[in-house]
Write a protein that binds this ligand. Structure first.
Ligand SMILES: NC(=O)c1ccc[n+]([C@@H]2O[C@H](COP(=O)([O-])OP(=O)(O)OC[C@H]3O[C@@H](n4cnc5c(N)ncnc54)[C@H](O)[C@@H]3O)[C@@H](O)[C@H]2O)c1
Length: 386
């Protein structure tokens, strides 16, 4: 028996593959087409932490864990996905592959289309390939995103909520309130998981992932070959990671607008562990939704935490407010219900302050790479385009 992990070359996917190999008895098959490496290059940037080629790091991981393999392939290709199911007959598919950047999906119509067709077709291919291989009982786990909720003026429920309308009452899935072409793909994936469950009973876990921060997990520490990527550019660097990179590069930490909007966040370590826990918890009866977030935090509070922890690394961090290039409510509270997720995670392994300390501690080794690409912190043109 095997577990297939898609997006296994990615920021979250690679350390998840390592944790799975370490905690599961089954064979772990990581699948990826390396498009994230290409997209970041296209944006004129690099991973601050150098990442080994997939063959090299898989060989190093195999030496340690024995049960991890890597398959290169494009998950939008239906035949490839069908062959994966026929060959490995997975008991679970953990789906992390995606074009995961909202700003990248917003660059132009071409990238919006590529993001939507790519992301939605990968999920559809996987769900249907499970069905067509007779694997309707295998557990399908996907990291969607907290971004599917938008920014409502009420607490965000864990997936569904009760509605009363004109005398009738029902429980309905949260509506498609996502605010980018990327986030909308995850709304569609969430709806398609429900449909697969309703039509043929596929058990699904929908992890609505918050903004992930961090550089290391237990398995990546102490080995340069096993490191995961770390992006800091405008398109692919998520906010905590990008701010920490700015602090190390001696560049002002760029808060968009007032920065009082609170965003749900989670460390890489807790993301990896809870994703593996979703697999070991076994397949649910229906579709289980988890708000994979440990805490919402205001963007200014985040910048101030980085400035404070930065002093431990002799960093003199300047926090600057820039005009917001995004359409968002700058004072939004974002209250998130996450009782189901808290039970799934168990003990939180890394809070924000520890996470920031960890990231800064790693990045001070790579200051030159950051300073050499500091023009990538803010929106810019793609390589080859004026
Ligand atoms: N990092 C975050 O803050 C965050 C937040 C919310 C949700 N998520 C979700 O978690 C998942 C992992 O995110 P990440 O930050 O590791 O992103 P990532 O880009 O590092 O990982 C995704 C991987 O999918 C691969 N991929 C893309 N298209 C593919 C295709 N057609 N075939 C095969 N592989 C393909 C990419 O090469 C990449 O390695 C994504 O689904 C993302 O949407 C991430």
């Amino acid at each position: 028996m095997a577990v297939i992990l898609t997006g296994g070359d990615g920021y979250v996917g690679w350390p998840t593959a390592l944790r799975m190999a370490s905690e599961l008895d089954e064979r772990v098959v990581a699948v990826d087409d390396l498009s994230r490496r290409r997209w970041v290059e296209e944006c004129g940037s690099v991973s601050a932490v150098p990442v080994a080629p997939p063959g090299e790091r898989t060989a190093a991981a195999k030496e340690r864990y024995g049960n991890l393999s890597f398959v290169a392939g494009d998950l939008t290709d239906r035949d490839f996905v069908k062959s994966l199911m026929d060959i490995y007959e997975p008991s679970a598919v953990v789906h992390l592959a995606a074009q995961p950047s909202a700003p990248y999906s917003q660059i132009n119509g071409e990238r919006a289309l590529d993001t939507q067709t790519g992301n939605v077709s990968m999920t559809l291919n996987l769900l249907w390939a499970l069905r067509e291989a007779g694997l309707e009982n295998s557990h399908f786990v996907e990291t969607t995103t907290m971004g599917v909720y938008g920014a409502p003026e009420f607490p965000v429920p864990e997936g569904e909520f009760e509605v009363e309308y004109r005398g009738g009452r029902d429980t309905i899935p949260y509506p498609a309130m996502a605010g980018s072409w990327y986030h909308m793909t995850k709304t569609m994936d969430a709806a398609n998981m429900r449909l697969a469950n309703r039509q043929w009973g596929q058990p699904c876990s929908d992890l609505r992932t918050a903004i992930v921060y961090g550089t290391e997990t237990e398995e990546t520490r102490g080995s340069d070959t096993l490191k995961t990527r770390f992006d800091f550019d405008y398109y692919f660097g998520t906010v905590v990671n990008r701010f920490c990179a700015q602090a190390v590069a001696g560049y002002p930490v760029t808060v968009y607008g007032k920065g009082e909007q609170r965003k749900p966040m989670i460390s890489l370590e807790d993301t990896v562990q809870s994703t593996v826990n979703a697999v070991t918890a076994g397949a649910p009866g229906g579709v289980e939704v988890y708000n994979q977030a440990t805490r919402p935090i205001a963007i200014v509070e985040l910048a101030d935490t980085i400035a404070e922890v930065g002093t431990e690394f002799d960093l003199d961090v300047e926090v600057k407010h820039f005009e917001n290039p995004r359409e968002e409510k700058e004072e939004h509270e974002m209250v998130v219900e996450n009782d189901r997720f808290t039970k799934l995670l168990g003990e939180q392994r890394q809070d924000l302050e520890e996470g920031v300390r960890d990231v800064l501690g790693t990045l001070v080794r790579y200051g030159d790479a950051l300073r050499g690409h500091e023009d990538r912190f803010l929106p810019g043109v793609l390589k080859g385009q004026s």
